[in-house]
Design a protein around this ligand. Structure first.
Ligand code: NAP
Length: 442
C-alpha cells in the first residue's frame, strides 16, 4: 500500500469500528477452492496498540483477513512462515476499507494464549458452555494481530477468481446455542422447571430418525429436555391428534414438533393444526402461518426462520431484490416466501407446474431452493452475483442446487451440509425457550 493512500485514524475510531464489524477470513478448501468465512474474534488494547485474537482452526493453512462492507481488515505483514503454510494462496487482498496493519503471529507462550482465550471467551460468553470448552479451544492455533498503524480506505478491483462468501450455518448455530444455553439456565434457576421439547416420530424413515436424534442432542447441549414419542407407521390421523392433545395439556411441555413428513395416509396439516399455537415452536399450525404472514406475534416455521436469520446475520440485502423461491410446501416454500416478502423482497414462488423455470431463476438476486431433488438448480440458471440459499438435503449429503458449479457465479451461498440445517435446529429450540419465557413472564 502506498503511504499517500493512507488516512490515519485514531484508536477510538478503530475501537468503534471493531465493535460493529466482522473479521472475514479467506482460505483454500481441501479441494483448493478459495472461500471466505467470518470469524469470531476478540480484542484488547494495550497502550497504543490493539491486539486482536481469533482462533485458526485450519492450522497450517495460509490465510488472509479480508474486508467487505462493514468488515475490518488488518493488512498484516503476516508471518506465515510460522504457520508452516501447506497450501499456497496467491490471492492478493482487495479491500474496500483497510483500517489497520500489523503483524500476525501464532501465540505460543502459554500465559499469552490463556489470556487471549479468556478475552475471546468473555466476548462470546463461552465460559462453561459444553460445546466451547477452553481445552478444545486451546488446542487450536491462536493468532494475535498486533495493529501498529491505523489506515484509511483504498479501493482495488476485485479479482475474478474470488469465491463467494460461505453463509456458514454451523458457526451461526453455535453462536445462537451459546446464547440459548444462558436463557435455559435462567429459566431453570428462576422457575425450577426444565422446559421440555416433545418430538413425535411416526414410522421409522431413516432421515427422520436422524433429524429427531439431532434435535434431541441439541436440546441436551443447550440444557432443555427432549421427549421423544415414537408412533408406529400405521398410526391414524386421529391417534396422532390425540397424542398431540395430550401434550397440549402437559404443563412440562413447551414445544411440540411432529416430524415431517408423516406417512402418506395421514392428514399432516390436520395433525399440525391440533398443536396448541402456544406450543407450536416448529411453526406449522395454519394459525401460526397466518399470523406470521400478517407480521403478528407467532412462532415461525423453523427452516424459513433459520434462512432469514442467516440472511440477517450475514447482512444480505433483501429489500427490493428479486427473490425466487422454488418449492411451495407449507413448512418451507410458502412461509419463506412470506418472510422474504415481509422483508420487502419482490418474491416469485415456483413449483412443479411453473413454466420456464430456468428463465425465472436467471432473474433472481436471491434463490431459495426447497425442492427436495438433488442438484436440481443448475449453474447456468444462476445470475452472476446471486445469493444462493439451499434448503434442500438429499441422499449423498447434497442440496437442491448444483452448488459445486453454481457457487462460482454467486456472491454468497449456504453450503450443504452446514448451512440451513444446523440453524433450523437452533431456531426450533430458541422458539421453545421463548415459549417457556412467555409462559413464566421472564
Ligand atoms: P416438499 O413438501 O416435497 O415440497 C417440494 C416442493 O418442490 C413442492 O412445492 C413442489 O411443487 C416443488 N417441486 C417439485 N418438483 C419441482 C420441479 N420440477 N420444479 C419446480 N418445483 C418443483 O418438500 P419440503 O418439505 O418443502 O422440502 C424441500 C427440501 O428441503 C427437501 O430436500 C428437504 O429435505 C429439505 N428440508 C430441509 C430442512 C432443513 O432443516 N434444512 C427442513 C425441511 C426440509 P408442487 O407443490 O407443485 O408439488
Amino acid at each position: 500500500m502506498r503511504r499517500s493512500d493512507r488516512e490515519v485514524v485514531g484508536l477510538t475510531n478503530i475501537l468503534s469500528i471493531l465493535d460493529k464489524c466482522d473479521i472475514m477470513r479467506l482460505g483454500l478448501s481441501a479441494d483448493n477452492k478459495p472461500y471466505i468465512v467470518p470469524m469470531n474474534f476478540a480484542y484488547e488494547v494495550i497502550g497504543e496498540k490493539v491486539y486482536i485474537y481469533f482462533h485458526c482452526a485450519s492450522k497450517g493453512r495460509k490465510m488472509e483477513m479480508i474486508a467487505q462492507s462493514n468488515t475490518v481488515c488488518f493488512e498484516a505483514d503476516c508471518s506465515y512462515k510460522t504457520l508452516k503454510s501447506d497450501i499456497a494462496c496467491d490471492w492478493s487482498a482487495e479491500f474496500e476499507s483497510v483500517i489497520g496493519e500489523g503483524t500476525v503471529t501464532v501465540l505460543t507462550d502459554e500465559t499469552q494464549k490463556i489470556n487471549a482465550l479468556n478475552i475471546f471467551m468473555k466476548r462470546y460468553a463461552f465460559e462453561g458452555k459444553p460445546h466451547y470448552n477452553p481445552h478444545e479451544l486451546s488446542v487450536v492455533t491462536i493468532l494475535q494481530v498486533s495493529v501498529t498503524t491505523i489506515t484509511g480506505k483504498r479501493k482495488i478491483k476485485k479479482p475474478a477468481n474470488v469465491a463467494s462468501m460461505i453463509l456458514d450455518g454451523k458457526s451461526l448455530a453455535k453462536e445462537i446455542e451459546a446464547n440459548l444455553y444462558d436463557r435455559a439456565k435462567t429459566i431453570i434457576a428462576k422457575t425450577g422447571v426444565t422446559p421440555v421439547l416433545a418430538t413425535i416420530l411416526v414410522g421409522n424413515n431413516p432421515s427422520s430418525v436422524t433429524y429427531v436424534k439431532m434435535k434431541g442432542n441439541a436440546c441436551r447441549r443447550i440444557g432443555i429436555e427432549p421427549l421423544k414419542i415414537e408412533m408406529p407407521e400405521n398410526s391414524s390421523t386421529d391417534e396422532i391428534t390425540n397424542q398431540i392433545r395430550e401434550l397440549n395439556k402437559d404443563e412440562s411441555v413447551f414445544g411440540i414438533l411432529l416430524q415431517h413428513p408423516v406417512p402418506r395416509h395421514i392428514d399432516e396439516q390436520k395433525c399440525f393444526n391440533a398443536i396448541d399455537i402456544a406450543k407450536d415452536t416448529d411453526g406449522v399450525n395454519t394459525n401460526s402461518f397466518g399470523a406470521m404472514a400478517m407480521q403478528l406475534d407467532a412462532f415461525k416455521s423453523a427452516t424459513p426462520l433459520a434462512i432469514m436469520s442467516i440472511i440477517e446475520h450475514y447482512k444480505i440485502d433483501v429489500a427490493g431484490k428479486n427473490a425466487v423461491v422454488i418449492g411451495r410446501s407449507p413448512i418451507l416454500g410458502k412461509p419463506i416466501a412470506m418472510l422474504l416478502l415481509n422483508a420487502d423482497a419482490t418474491v416469485t414462488i415456483c413449483h412443479s407446474k411453473t413454466q420456464n423455470l430456468p428463465e425465472i431463476v436467471r432473474r433472481a438476486d436471491i434463490v431459495v431452493a426447497a425442492v427436495g431433488k438433488a442438484r436440481f438448480v443448475k449453474s447456468d440458471w444462476i445470475k452472476e452475483g446471486a445469493v444462493l440459499i439451499d434448503a434442500g438435503y438429499n441422499e449423498g449429503n447434497v442440496g437442491d442446487i448444483d452448488l459445486e458449479n453454481a457457487l462460482q457465479k454467486s456472491s454468497a451461498y449456504t453450503p450443504v451440509p452446514g448451512g440451513v440445517g444446523p440453524v433450523t435446529i437452533s431456531k426450533l429450540i430458541e422458539q421453545t425457550i421463548e415459549a417457556a419465557e412467555k409462559k413464566f413472564h421472564l
